[in-house]
Ligand binder design. Structure first.
Ligand code: SAH
Length: 420
């Protein structure tokens, strides 16, 4: 299960305009790649699923971890502060979130920053949100800045909206990561990579062939999958040497974003935390649609349902290259446990007398942590500066036992908490 869906009346209606757009495109130029299909269906600037819908939350189409419990965003906030400290407390800290949904994660992170202002107070903090959906950007602005925001003057400005949080921190909205300024940054992407377009490939007797989307010749208004008759650019370049699976999905766009994150972390310092469902290079056919709590045929009524594919963390690790360190994937259950979710739950329960709120806290903890629910389906993966994991050298004059250099500072969430 990807998310808990509830159907909205708008979603029930097929969107003929998206289907018409795709069929006329295919008739004009031939079958399209699955990546192009996914990109059009989800983020077409006029009719895309993400662009048109507000699909998150109780009365929307699905629910995600930060929407389930404030504890999720709070622990991510602690992780960010811990990495900022691990980097030597730089004076500037950019918090960058990719695909912020309703803004709940960012709001919970900012609350932690407020509560720990004695720790982070010395840094100048700014928030940078990368979002394609104008509908969601409006919800994010309401959640984070109230009515204080202003739109960009023209289309040229890469910042299409800006404002200030209630604590006075500057917030800017961008369509692409490319447009976010350079500088020490901690990047967060929660259920972002699974929405990026994937290419699909099938092993055949004649070698790898790309799966394409075509119009069904027998049914005018229906799409179908076909195999490209000869190698495509993607099938010639995206399959790893020694690949053993017979069917492979590759998210080249996700790889390109990882490379950009890696470059930014190497050049300006910082870290990235990626949370999503996925696998480590073992799964094959994970492309699926969701509509109204149910699995939905990815090719029927395009634009009316969410499309998603599991994130291949082994591919992200390979594309990150050797310039950064990669940690994970570790399960959401282990990550949140290592971050201290049990202690956080106890603190919240202690300060809450209302039995229904207490019950809600306990059931949301169970949803996030239960291996049969989100606990083992979702994983955390991180990119860090190489120097972050290097052994610090012993300070001059300090006598250490021979060969006993201090160990590197552990990275929160990825190492088991040790209580002494
Ligand atoms: N992180 C949120 C929302 C997840 S849904 C949560 O966990 O609740 C995916 C988010 O990514 C949405 O905000 C969607 O509009 C955004 N998104 C999808 N594709 C995108 C793209 N190519 N560029 C920027 N944002 C994108």
């Amino acid at each position: 299960m990807r998310r808990l869906h509830s159907s909205s009346p708008d979603e029930q209606k097929p969107r003929p305009s998206m289907l018409r757009h795709l069929t006329s495109k295919i008739k004009a130029t031939g079958p399209i790649t699955v990546a192009e299909y996914m990109r059009e269906v989800l983020t077409n600037p006029v009719t895309g699923y993400y662009v048109k819908n507000s699909m998150l939350g109780a009365d929307g189409d699905f629910i995600t971890s930060p929407e389930i419990s404030q504890m999720f965003g709070e622990l991510v906030g602690i992780w960010i502060i811990s990495e900022w400290m691990g980097a030597g407390r730089p004076k500037q800290l950019q918090l960058v979130e990719l695909g912020p949904g309703k803004g709940s994660l960012a709001a919970d992170v900012l609350r932690v920053f407020r509560q720990l202002s004695s720790v982070v107070g010395g840094a100048s903090v700014s928030l940078h949100l990368v979002e394609v959906s104008p509908v969601l950007a409006r919800l994010q602005a309401d959640a984070l800045t109230g009515s204080s925001g202003e739109e960009a003057d023209g289309d040229e400005d890469p910042v299409y909206h800006r404002g200030r949080t209630r604590d006075g921190l500057p917030v800017s909205w961008y369509r692409r990561l490319d447009d976010v300024p350079a500088g020490f940054s901690v990047f967060v992407a929660q259920e972002f990579f699974d929405a990026l377009p994937i290419h699909k490939f099938q092993r055949t007797d004649r070698g790898w062939r790309e799966v394409m989307v075509d119009v069904d010749p027998e049914k005018e208004e229906q799409l179908r999958f076909v195999l490209a008759p000869s190698p495509t650019l993607a099938s010639s370049t995206l399959i790893q040497a020694g690949e053993r699976r017979n069917h492979v999905e590759v998210c080249a766009e996700g790889g390109a974003i990882i490379q950009q994150l890696a470059r930014r972390i190497t050049d300006g310092g910082g870290a990235a935390l990626i949370a999503d469902y996925g696998h480590d290079g073992t799964k094959t056919d994970t492309f699926r649609g969701f509509k109204g709590h149910q699995l939905h045929d990815v090719l029927s009524s395009p634009g009316s349902a969410d499309l998603t594919a599991d994130v291949d963390f082994s591919y992200l690790r390979k594309t990150a290259g050797g310039g950064v360190a990669c940690l994970g994937p570790v399960s959401q259950r282990n990550f949140l446990k290592n971050m201290g979710i049990d202690a956080r739950l106890q603190v919240l329960l202690r300060s809450c007398a209302d039995p229904s709120v207490r019950q809600q806290l306990i059931s949301s903890y169970d949803m996030l942590m239960n291996p049969k629910k989100m606990g083992e389906r979702f994983h955390f993966f991180s990119l860090l500066q190489l120097s972050r994991l290097a052994r610090p050298t012993a300070p001059n004059g300090l006598k250490l036992e021979k060969n006993k250099n201090p160990a590197p500072l552990p990275v929160a969430g990825f190492t088991e908490l040790q209580y002494s």
